[in-house]
Design a protein around this ligand. Structure first.
Ligand code: BGC
Length: 751
């Protein structure tokens, strides 16, 4: 009979250990038993746990009843089952999951409560699939508007990212699934992602790029962490002493294990000595070479024991699901789909409205124009895709809602869709709706057909944007222009019918200058999950008031944003990367060794972060550059009146109180935001920084009193002179408002 150790971190066990423990310390409660188990393991069995077993698992020890660790992508839906040694579909039928709104959409809710629920949905569906660890949340700062993974990531702001990351982590782990928070750290570009050296100062690293990870680990208790592909200040993240040993384990007290990004392990000694636990995938570094290094005395078995202990802490905190129990029901569950809907409803951002939205009762015929109205966004984008049980597209959502109101809907594609970069040699497309180039101009036939529909309708909905082949892991966009003649199209549509609203379906910002001149209303609709089309229709028809707020700045033009303005991006050295080479037919034919040789000979790119902590709105505000739409911006169908704020500063926290009134005739939600400015500082600070926020639900005419608390520790800066957090005492200006550029009340305190 198979021996099984069940060492669950139950409340009773915790209580018997006395005193409250930090979320990380809770992971150590089984250490004595774990050490007894390690004592029974052979060196081979231990080392076998330090690398992949299959593409999505690492080994346990069957003889001792230690289950394998099963991983699942993450971050916005449990990925479909792949074949054991690759990402290709395993062809299962019960693995359709809930497609949750992607990262930027989740962050646009500015809702900690929804982030927690989102985590529970992910965690529950992972359990149904027998998965122990979700490869997510993905929490890197959105440094570049063009970033290929901006849509997976949460925000350009560390406080907002950290709050969402922590709640997602808690929600997921409360369901008994570990998170693997990624990509640690400074993984802000896809260009040269596996070789680029992100070079930045310690203050910027601490205040901006590490914050979301810090909160998820220290307060959220994240059980595992994925070191990123890139280097930070000279060392690969998977062997970065400063990041993994000094900060993550040393300062933050992390007790779990680290898993390299897929293909992101670079050496045996580096990984072993500088903080990596598991090589994913392959065993060429953390397999036999570890055993050989112990034989020569270069490594000790104690180090292997420590790594195994860290893995087993998580193995025993997470109940292994027997193979015959997992995968017996469909992954996607109704309650998760309800969460996906709630997130989508609150993520949609009304960027502009000159009175055309919501769609009025007098409208009897709507022309929906644009391929983004019918494109599904669940899959594509490389790693982060979901085989959704279903996905309501914008057009389907609008059609259903319009039918209920007796409104006719007609549709035309309007423009060609750019299918993006394909693996291997490009085959000429035979699809007449596919463009050959991203900057192809509008197709005259499609444009004429769309204009004809627009003329006949009472209302035009132009649904444009990008797609998951344009915004994708593995490459960054060249610019933020709307692709394939969409600008020309919206101009023609507006000339034909001025009763028009534009909906942008994208994960990151697009250049909206032409759209703005040709649309009385603009809605940012994101990649909004399984119920995205339903939520969009609810907002457009005014069943609910829009309440999303931008989690990142939408610049007027790319050149205004900090890394571009300072010439830090694109990197000056190009081509040093496996991921860019993978598309070359000659490279595809090479052996692993030949490929490695080629890569080693290429120049090593560097990304200089000389914009420092002036990321996103911190740059725009300090430089007084007007963005297209500011960080935190988002309109409603009602007006919110803010009362005057009062503030008091205590030893540990600053408390700020004010009222918010819904002056409209329908229920609505508002996200009140609190920024801090330091008019008399001697230390260098951005013009203002977000420090707290709250989503408030208000009935028509209702007023609520809101109190926001800013922990004093969040007001500190990283003092490089002493290499520690430091507090600058003195006057603080507290700015309360509806967006970073819409401050309604200002109050001063001294700290
Ligand atoms: C991505 C990770 C992902 C992993 C496994 C990598 O290419 O960077 O985010 O979790 O693949 O799919």
């Amino acid at each position: 009979m198979k021996k099984t150790f069940i060492l669950i971190a139950s409340a009773a066990v915790l209580a018997s250990c006395g005193g409250p423990r930090s979320p990380q310390d809770k992971l150590t409660i089984n250490d004595k038993k774990i050490d007894a188990i390690i004592a029974q393991m052979t060196l081979e069995e231990k080392v076998n746990m330090l690398h992949s077993k299959t593409n999505m698992s690492s080994a346990g020890v069957e003889r001792l009843g230690i289950a394998d660790m099963n991983y699942a992508d993450g971050p916005f839906g449990i990925r479909e089952e792949g074949v054991p040694n690759g990402f290709q579909s395993a062809g299962w039928t019960l693995d359709s999951a809930t497609y949750f709104p992607t990262g930027s959409a989740l962050a646009a809710t500015w809702s900690e409560e929804l982030a927690y629920k989102y985590g529970t949905g992910m965690g529950k569906e992972a359990r149904l699939r027998g998965k122990d660890v979700i490869l997510g949340p993905a929490v890197n700062i959105q440094r570049l508007p063009v970033g290929g993974r901006t849509y997976e990531y949460l925000s350009e702001d560390p406080i907002l990212s950290a709050a969402i990351a922590m709640e997602y982590t808690k929600g997921c782990q409360d369901q008994g699934t570990a998170v693997c928070i990624k990509h640690f750290a400074v993984n802000n570009q896809e260009s040269n992602r596996s070789s680029v050296d992100a070079q930045l100062d310690e203050r910027t690293l601490r205040e901006i790029y590490l914050k979301p990870f810090e909160r998820a680990v220290v307060e959220g208790g994240a059980m595992s962490v994925m070191p990123a592909y890139n280097k930070v200040n000279g060392a690969y993240c998977s062997e970065n002493e400063h990041l993994l040993n000094e900060i993550l384990r040393g300062e933050w007290g992390f007790k779990g294990f680290t898993v390299s990004d897929w293909g992101g392990t670079h050496s045996t000694m580096g990984a072993m000595l500088h903080g990596l636990n598991v090589q994913m995938t392959g065993s060429n570094y953390l397999g036999q070479p570890v055993i050989d290094s112990i034989a020569t005395g270069a490594l000790t078995e104690d180090l292997v024991d420590e790594k195994v202990r860290q893995i087993l802490r998580v193995r025993y905190a997470i109940e292994a699901i027997p193979a015959d129990v997992a995968n017996t029901v469909m992954t996607s569950q109704p309650e998760s789909r309800q969460i996906a809907l709630e997130v989508a409803e609150r993520s949609i951002v009304l960027l502009k409205n000159e009175g055309v939205l919501p769609i009025g009762k007098e409208v009897k015929k709507i022309a929906v124009i644009g391929q983004n109205a019918v494109l599904k966004t669940q899959s594509g984008g490389m790693g982060a895709g979901v085989k959704a049980l279903y996905e309501i597209t914008p057009l389907q959502g609008i059609q259903k809602r319009a039918a209920e109101a007796g409104v006719e809907v007609c549709y035309a594609p309007g423009y060609k869709n750019f299918p993006g970069r394909r693996w291997g040699p490009a085959a000429a497309s035979t699809n007449p709706l596919e463009a050959a180039a991203i900057n192809e101009s509008a197709d005259p036939k499609l444009l004429a057909e769309a204009v004809a529909l627009a003329k006949e309708a009472d209302f035009v909905l132009f649904v444009g944007g990008t797609n998951k082949n344009i915004e994708t892991e593995g490459s960054d966009r060249k610019d933020i222009k709307l692709p394939c003649g969409q600008e020309e199209l919206v101009q023609a549509l507006y000339a034909a019918n001025q009763n028009l609203a534009t909906v942008i379906i994208s994960g990151g910002p697009t250049d909206l200058q032409v759209v703005d001149a040709n649309s009385p209303a603009i809605v940012q609709g994101w990649w909004n999950g399984t119920e995205g089309g339903t939520a969009l229709a609810e907002v457009l028809f005014g069943d609910i008031a829009p309440s999303g707020k931008l989690p990142m700045t939408f610049p007027k033009q790319l050149e205004d944003s900090p890394a571009f303005a300072l010439g830090n991006f694109p990197d000056k050295t190009q081509g040093g990367d496996l991921f860019s080479l993978m598309y070359r037919p000659d490279v595809l034919k090479m052996s692993r060794e030949e490929r490695q040789k080629l890569i080693d000979a290429l120049p090593k790119p560097v990304s200089k972060y000389t914009e420092r902590f002036y990321v996103g709105y911190r740059w725009f505000d300090t430089q007084a550059i007007e963005p297209m739409y500011a960080f935190g911006h988002g309109l409603s169908y009602v007006n919110f009146a803010y009362g005057e704020a009062s503030a008091s500063a205590g030893k540990d926290a600053v408390k700020v109180t004010f009222t918010v009134k819904n002056e409209g005739a329908m229920p609505a939600e508002e996200v009140a935001q609190l920024y801090v400015s330091r008019p008399e500082a001697t230390v260098e600070w951005p013009a203002k920084e977000l420090k707290a926020f709250q989503r408030i639900s208000l009935a028509a005419g209702e007023t609520k009193t809101v109190t926001l608390t800013v922990p004093v520790k969040d007001l500190r800066y990283w003092n490089e002179a002493v290499n520690a957090w430091d507090l600058e005492h003195g006057k603080l200006q507290i700015l309360v408002g509806a967006a970073s550029n819409d401050i309604r009340s200002t109050v001063e305190v001294n700290i």
